[in-house]
Design a protein around this ligand. Structure first.
Ligand SMILES: [Cu+2]
Length: 251
């Protein structure tokens, strides 16, 4: 239904640079878990060591024998603050854990769904995996073995396969999508830095699986536009040659 609505009706065109990249979302999830995990670890280990040292037995004697009442094995400890400590630590832990789950879940849902507003300048590329390579097909029909995209634009991928199960991924840009024959998997990304990245296959698909790679070129927007204008729907052909050379027959 969404694609039938004219762009003007959807809303203001969205500049890709304003969209939070999946790579940034994954990086912040990693950082938050690393910092919180380290903090909890340091706290627990320090607290444990502190008490182990403070209440240790010295030379067979118990210096705290008359100061603390030690529970014996199997007996519930008595005294203390009447469970207030336990109540607060459980309460605070629950609040932290529940908000962490909510935040992580909504961040991942954002990556899963993609930017909801379709921008005028979004780029959609069909990605077709085959034994052993990748073909990138642009809206004007141009087919290439290198994925060229402009920086700071939302790039939407429609991933499928011509033969067996593959999986398309660009690790540095944190994109990964199943390539399944007869099905299309949607994925998206934005890249803020120009340069050459590498796309790889992440589903063991045969003898050439490990060489099933493709260059991904992130270009300045004006450079991309003049390159795209010059393609005129031509076939690059190199991907078909690759397929033919290993005996594959692209559909
Ligand atoms: Cu593969």
């Amino acid at each position: 239904m969404g694609h039938m609505v004219p762009h003007a009706a959807i809303g203001v065109p969205l500049h890709g640079g304003d969209v939070r990249a999946p790579a940034d979302v994954f990086n912040s999830i990693f950082e938050v878990f690393l910092v919180l995990g380290t903090a909890v670890g340091v706290l627990v280990v320090t607290y444990t060591l502190y008490h182990a040292i403070k209440y240790r037995e010295t030379a067979g004697e118990d210096p705290y024998a008359d100061k603390v009442e030690r529970p014996s094995m199997g007996e519930m400890p008595t005294g203390g603050s009447g469970g207030r400590k336990v109540f607060y630590s459980f309460g605070i832990s629950a609040i932290i854990v529940v908000s962490l789950i909510a935040w992580t879940y909504s961040s991942l849902a954002y990556v899963e769904d993609g930017p909801q507003i379709a921008g005028e300048e979004d780029i959609t590329v069909q990605v077709e995996g085959f034994r052993f390579g990748w073909a990138f097909i642009y809206p004007n029909g141009h087919e290439a073995s290198t994925l060229k995209v402009p920086r700071n634009r939302v790039v939407r991928l429609e991933v499928t396969s011509r033969d067996v199960f593959h999986n398309f991924g660009i690790p540095e840009l944190r994109v990964k999508a199943d390539a399944i024959p007869g099905q299309t998997t949607d994925a998206w990304f934005t890249a803020s830095e120009t340069g050459t990245y590498q796309a790889k296959c992440y589903e063991l698909c045969g003898s050439g699986h490990s060489v099933m790679v493709a260059p991904v070129e992130v270009m300045p927007q004006d450079e991309y536009q003049s390159w795209y204008a010059g393609t005129n729907g031509t076939q690059n052909g190199s991907s078909n040659q690759t397929a033919a050379s290993v005996g594959g027959a692209p559909a």
